[in-house]
Design a binder for this molecule. Structure first.
Ligand code: UD1
Length: 341
């Protein structure tokens, strides 16, 4: 029997990481996941095991910990790495920029160093559409220039991509996936996002309001230059985001070149406004949502959605879920964690 490819997933208990571990296991990969569990919980790892009925290696490791990372690489033989481990709150990054640079850049540096020493050459990196800032043209494609980042979080993603472009010359082959707005949860209802404290992101705020955890959702601004005045985004189901990572691993394995840096947008190509999303949530769940219009949130981009041509052709990938399904899955997960089902 052909040996299964072995993938290291950093941040494997995180929101996108855990959904990706499921896709990898279902596609027949051997997986070792690491996570500091600082911002996730071991029950997510258990959820992945019950969904797939498969075992995988899990170690509680912080990617900044060089000796623990050394141990991980010394005791396994990896074919590829998917690097999710990073902080992702825009607001928190504005308050604590050093924390964000140290964690998001530092963990990548430790990882790259270990990959070089152990000659693991294929890396999939979690990037974000935030690297574009407010693009001049939408839908935005991968050739759009990076604008000045609105936050240290955004700058950390831009800097990581720059580092990776340079490191590609040292024989590390990189696919950078620029996520638009991942939402939803696994259709089984067994895993999903676990926001810490008051959520910053729209969909967890919507579902927590619907569940009665928050009193009211504030829609940040209705005076933007969009059809209904609220911001426009490209919301994509987390399982669709996850499945693209499997395609990206396959893509890298097919490449002959010893050096490669390729970025792909990971979005649906459909722009949806915040108010449209709110209405869709009410429509598909039948739950009434208490919301009001408030002032704009500083740092928000008016409108951004993906041109997904490159990822559809290059990675032979396409989003499967629509907005209604994504919101239903997000709601199902919220009800589960609140004990409402
Ligand atoms: C941001 C980042 C993105 C990152 C993501 C993960 C930017 C431009 N984008 O996305 O790269 O991957 O966070 O954390 O930095 N909204 C409300 N009320 C709320 C919450 C949000 O109206 O209570 C609105 C926001 O104003 C925005 C939209 O919903 O227009 C989406 O917001 P959010 O879910 O926070 O994601 P982004 O800011 O788009």
């Amino acid at each position: 029997m052909k040996k299964k490819n072995h993938v290291l997933v950093t941040g494997g208990a995180g929101y996108i990481g855990a959904h990706t571990v499921i896709e990898l296991l279902n596609a027949g990969y051997e997986v070792t996941a690491i996570d500091s569990l600082e911002r996730s919980e071991i029950r997510i790892v258990e959820g992945v095991k019950s969904i797939t009925g498969k075992e995988f290696g899990f170690h509680k490791v912080d990617c900044l910990d060089e000796s623990a990372m050394e141990q991980v690489f010394a005791t396994h033989r990896f074919d590829s790495v998917i690097h999710f481990a990073a902080y992702k709150s825009v607001n928190e990054s504005v308050e604590k920029p050093l924390l964000y640079y140290k964690n998001n850049l530092g963990s990548l540096m430790v990882l790259l160093d270990a990959m070089k020493r152990y000659q693991v050459r294929d890396l999939i990196f979690s990037s974000s559409c935030t690297v574009y800032g407010q693009p001049d043209q939408i839908p935005v494609d991968e050739s759009a220039p990076f604008k000045k980042a609105e936050s240290p979080y955004g700058a950390s993603k831009q800097l990581c991509e720059r580092i990776l472009e340079d490191v590609a010359t040292e024989g590390i082959r990189v696919v950078s996936l620029r996520y638009f707005n991942p939402i939803g949860a696994h259709p089984s209802g067994l895993i999903g996002e676990l926001p810490i404290g008051v959520p910053n992101n729209l969909v967890p705020y919507v579902t927590q309001t619907a569940a009665g955890v928050r009193q009211q959702l504030t829609v940040f601004g209705n005076d933007y230059n969009t059809t209904d005045g609220s911001c426009l985004r490209d919301f994509i189901h987390v399982c669709d985001v996850a499945s693209a990572h499997v395609n990206a691993i396959d893509f890298l394995q097919e490449q002959k070149s010893a050096k490669l840096f390729e970025a792909f947008n990971l979005g649906t190509g459909v722009g949806v406004s915040v108010l449209e999303l709110v209405k869709k949530f009410i429509e598909v769940t039948g739950v009434n949502l208490n919301y009001k219009i408030g002032p704009r949130r500083p740092g928000d981009v008016e409108k951004v959605y993906a041109d997904p041509k490159k990822v559809m052709n290059g990675l032979k990938w396409k989003a499967k879920y629509d907005l209604g399904q994504s919101l239903q899955h997000a709601w199902q997960w919220e009800k589960k964690i609140r004990g409402l089902v």
